[in-house]
Design a protein. Structure first.
Length: 247
């Protein structure tokens, strides 16, 4: 009888201890899950805060752009140049001989402007290239455009379209004889990819153009008259004057 009672007590004690251990294990597991959920919520809150900050910067940039456009609209038109006060001198300047000389001078001026523009573009590109070599981190697309990094390219493209903004970089005038023009790039082209990277804004295109050696060939993708065109152009100054880009 005593042996049976002791055995019963031992079994009860063992069961009690096991129950406590089980409860403690479940409590620890629940605590771990709560900690994991808290961490996940904190990370999500940080991401949302970054998106809100990027959107705020976007709104401010649009406000500044609207203010600039309003200022430009309010500027008075440039005055029309006055005719020569001396009619005889005016007739002389308008004679066929002088008109031919003016055309020659105009051609020389165009050549000079083309050369000056090419030199300026090369100097600008080289400054960007030096800045990239000194601090490549600042030329990463996710650093240049954090909202794009948060949303992803597809969602960001839809976001721009919703705002009525371009999703490509429009190419304007190309200097005569420029390397990219010789490679097939034309004014009016809409650049969408450079060296395998999607581009939405001019500053993104500039950042990618300096991330390599000048003269090496890179693949570009563009839209021309509604058709997708693929070109291979030399890396370096693009020699472009964008028609209109809101980047």
């Amino acid at each position: 009888m005593l042996r049976t009672r002791l055995l019963t007590l031992a079994i009860a004690f063992a069961i009690s201890g096991g129950g406590v251990a089980f409860v403690r294990g479940e409590t620890a597991h629940a605590n771990d899950r709560v900690a994991a959920l808290t961490s996940a919520l904190g990370a999500q809150s940080d991401a949302l805060r970054r998106v809100e900050q990027a959107l705020a910067r976007e709104v401010e940039a649009r406000r500044q752009l609207a203010a600039t456009l309003a200022t430009l609209r309010e500027r008075p038109p440039s005055p029309t140049p006055a005719k020569l006060a001396n009619p005889a001198a005016y007739e002389t300047a308008s004679s066929p001989g002088n008109a031919a000389l003016a055309r020659d001078e105009a051609a020389h001026v165009r050549q000079s402007l083309t050369r000056i523009a090419a030199d300026r573009d090369l100097q600008t590109w080289q400054r960007r290239r030096d800045a990239f070599l000194a601090s490549p981190e600042g030329f990463r697309l996710d650093v240049l455009n954090p909202l794009r990094a948060e949303l992803g390219d597809d969602t960001y493209a839809r976001y721009l379209s919703t705002l009525g903004r371009s999703t490509a970089v429009a190419v304007g005038a190309l200097p005569e004889g420029s390397e990219v023009a010789a490679a097939g790039l034309r004014g009016g082209d809409q650049l969408t990819h450079y060296d395998g990277q999607r581009v939405f804004h001019l500053h993104e295109l500039h950042a990618l153009s300096v991330q390599g050696e000048r003269g090496e060939y890179v693949h570009v993708q563009l839209l021309r008259d509604g058709e997708t065109v693929y070109l291979v152009i030399p890396r370096g100054p693009l020699g472009t004057s964008p028609v209109h880009t809101l980047g």
